[in-house]
Design a protein. Structure first.
Length: 318
């Protein structure tokens, strides 16, 4: 099979039929064998009923329905697990991603041997202050932190080798950083393609300004995981040991200084009246806690189990 097209969605009943027809037209024009996997992330409208109808009319249409809204990352994870195509395309269901871009993305994976190709919505139809400026700041921070040179990390239109999606773990809100996850997994040939950004035709965006705040927090998380995810003791243990040693020598200095002053009959205050005593004590306590955090992290890492991150109520054609 040439292509698997994974489409996460939430309450997109108005756009699904048009998106399906558009994708099918592109697939037929290019003689691709394909599957379209719709992941209904807990829609409360008629999205699932439309997916069921499309799947009965077109055997290449497949669907997964979550019991409730678990998030885009979980939807992509479910789609990736079921994708069978040599190349996996992800796109949004709101018609802002153009299916006409798929053939060139496919060729970049097959002919130019990229592991992953990310779309770049260079010209956007979003509000400048609500999305464009925060998005540019977010992408700049992501580039500097991850060393992945992309202009648009959050573009939903991406292409992957099948082996890439089978070897990355997309969880939480990490869908923004799939290129970084791929790089950390050993897939280093990452490309970018300027794609058309369509103005939203139906409904309203499901994402608000909070996605940028969450995005920066997730960026810190993925930076930590990429460097210390397999060895938390290297960070927490080093910080904890350093703080404990500083606190210990500060306390030792206070004690020795107290003894010297007593020996020479110099006036002296109680140890507990010296503010440095509490500073050194706090430093040692924090150092011990950080060391224990690293130790517990190592234990959790070695004993963790892969628990289900989402619950599926129905599937069609799968």
């Amino acid at each position: 099979m040439n292509l698997s097209i994974v489409i996460p969605l939430l309450n997109e009943e108005e756009s699904l039929q048009e998106l399906h027809n558009w994708i099918v037209s592109v697939m037929k024009t290019n003689n691709y064998t394909y599957e379209v996997i719709f992941i209904d992330d807990g829609s409360t409208d008629n999205s699932w009923q439309i997916i069921e109808r499309l799947s009965s009319e077109n055997p290449s249409v497949k669907g997964v329905r979550f019991l409730k809204n678990f998030g885009k990352s979980q939807a992509l994870h479910a789609g990736f697990a079921r994708a069978k195509g040599d190349v996996v395309i992800t796109m949004d269901a709101d018609l802002q991603d153009n299916p006409e871009e798929i053939p060139e993305l496919y060729n970049m994976i097959i002919n130019q041997k990229f592991d992953l190709v990310s779309g770049w919505k260079k010209k956007r139809y979003d509000s400048v202050f609500a999305k464009n400026l925060p998005s540019k700041l977010f992408n700049w921070a992501a580039r500097k932190t991850s060393d992945v040179e992309l202009n648009d990390f959050n573009c939903g239109l991406k292409a992957y080798k099948n082996i890439v999606v089978k070897n990355i773990e997309v969880s939480g809100e990490m869908h923004r950083y799939i290129p970084v996850l791929a790089k950390n997994a050993g897939f280093g040939k990452i490309g970018e393609k300027v794609v058309k950004h369509q103005a939203r035709k139906y409904g309203e965006t499901k994402f608000g300004m909070d996605r940028f705040i969450n995005g920066f927090l997730d960026l810190i998380t993925i930076w930590f995981l990429s460097r210390f995810g397999k060895r938390p003791m290297h960070l927490f243990g080093a910080l904890g040991s350093g703080m404990f040693i500083i606190g210990f020598f500060a306390a030792l200095f206070i004690g020795v200084n107290k003894l010297i002053r007593l020996y020479n009959d110099y006036p002296t205050m109680k140890v507990t009246e010296n503010p440095w005593f509490f500073i050194s004590l706090t430093t040692m306590v924090l150092g011990t806690q950080l060391f224990l955090a690293g130790f517990l992290g190592e234990i959790i890492l070695k004993t963790k189990s892969n628990e289900g991150r989402y619950k599926i109520s129905k599937e069609v054609n799968l």
